[in-house]
Design a protein around this ligand. Sequence first.
Ligand SMILES: [Zn+2]
Length: 674
Amino acid sequence: MTQLINKKRIEQLQSLIRYHDRKYYVENNPEITDYEYDQLVKELEHLEKLHPEFIAPDSPTRRVGEKPLTHFPTLEHKIPMLSIDNTYSEEELREFDRRIKRMAGIGNQQDIEYVVELKIDGVAVSLFYENGLFVKGATRGDGFRGDDVTANLKTVRQIPLKLEPLDGEREIPPVFEIRGEIYMPNKAFQKLNEEKEEKGEPQFANPRNAAAGSLKLLDPRITAQRNLCLFAYSVGYREGLELMTHMQCLEYIQRFGLPVNPYNCLRKNIEEAIQYCNEWDMRRREPDYMIDGMVIKVNSLTLQDRLGYTSKAPRWVISYKFQPEQSVTKIEKITLQVGKTGTITPVARLIPVLLAGTTVCRATLHNFDEIRRKDIRIGDYVIVQKAGEIIPQVVHVLREKRNGSEEVFHEPVNCPACNNTVNREGVYLRCHNPSCSAQAKRLIKFFAGRDAMDIEGLGPALIEQLVDKGLLNDYADIYILKEEDLIQLERMGKKSASNLVYAVEESKHRDLSRLICALGIQNVGSHTAEVLAEHFGSLDQLACATQNELESLYEIGPVVAKSIVTFFQSKHTQGIIEKLKARGVNTRKLPTLREGKNPKISGKSFVITGTLQKYSRKEAEEVIKNLGGRVLSGISKKTDYLIAGEDPGSKLDRAKELHISILNEETFEALISS
Ligand SMILES: [Zn+2]
């Protein structure tokens, strides 16, 4: 019976971890703290140890992370970039030391030297130097293959493009791989978020996400403005280089002009290493970058080689993670925030308290079920926690501090902004009033934002004013704003008013994908918007798409399809779209300016099905796009070619029915090289 329960839990944990891996690694948008995540992994590892028969080959404990993002070509690592095992207590560090001694046949009385390093909360990268020149760099990816982000790494000023040894005698090894952590200093992070807030763009949750997001931007010019930094921490693949200890590696790296963290140091045994970890637990706020723990590495490279690796981590290194920082404060009141799709979120207003180096006065309560589950009341003393995130969370209530004056917070029946009756949808409350002013503000801010219509000068503060003054009721009204209306507003000069009118006019010619994103359809972000624009070609076509038609698209699931259908069925939406069209906003896919290098591919549409041997699906898509072709997800009469790999499925039958040319991998290759 417990076996059955454990089996279920193992499956549940595996799928939970996979979900959070995707959120963290692929989308850079974690929903839980690292600490919570590590607890899930630990529980899974523990259960899998008890029941090895239930370990699936694809269990998250069997691999390092998620597949890399698709926007960059991938690079294979010469030596895998594995993750590091985590520990949370001194006792676990001592156990690590005993395990090493057991495995290496070293007596318990003997000491092992460790290098103790600050664990920078950033993005791990690999940098390749050939004959002293920086030739390529990649992210860790899934540990075996990462994204080729060479162009972006070159913008990081701390990475020398050419190695210059300090003492002239030393020769530069012909091939030399350096590994390190790309991070964003706290100051740069704050500045970036302030700019984002100004523009009404979503802010990064923490410096690590900001660094990861900046490193994966497709435009290196923007990456260059993000003030990314590097600390190098090891030498990976190398040729013609003899090193004895890890400390020597660090000295070597430094000698070539790469930044090495100044606080890394050699400790002569585990007790001294632990002492240093504890010292930094107290000092963690000192540097201008986030550290979430310490890394302890065996110093001798010979011993490192003897210890080797498990399937997912080296045996000679371990990290010691700090506990998240917490403080006690009081909830003064609970307020409600209305999102752009009408979701109502409760927010705790706190007596300001110092937490993780900043003063905190609000904490998210997520939803009303959460308030009930944690039994959070107005006037309660609570523990708040910030684990690398900007917005702190309420961990739990200190019930012993209650005096009876605390008030239960009742779920609202009406929207705080428009007083409309609210509906419950799962754990969320939603205001469905299409003309709710709070939603209108949010939607307009989103519409004008950089990911959407990108209207320069139409920031959040201005939008608040325009909605409050009745000059904007919805985003279609942006297109009837006049200079004379604008000039009357606070802090609005003639020059800025005319610039804004110009920016609005210019935004009428954005591509369909931006417009679809800007509409603020629930569950439709910029990527989905691109998929939709590519497939439908015009807003009218998309507006009359059925649930089935949408679901047949690669990457569109039933939930997203339903959101889209519901959105376009609404009379309110239809009215706004009519206004957008009447006011001259482009609603069609703009022709792409790619030069067709291959007449057999240029302008042709392709559909891919089944598994290809030499290309991933994304790589094949990229090849076709670069040669001027288009890749669609569904087969229609207009499809020119179907590329069928192994296990093609129903698309092949459909293509045969429609007499579409069918290519296998060989004929596809012949076509692209012709
Ligand atoms: Zn409302």
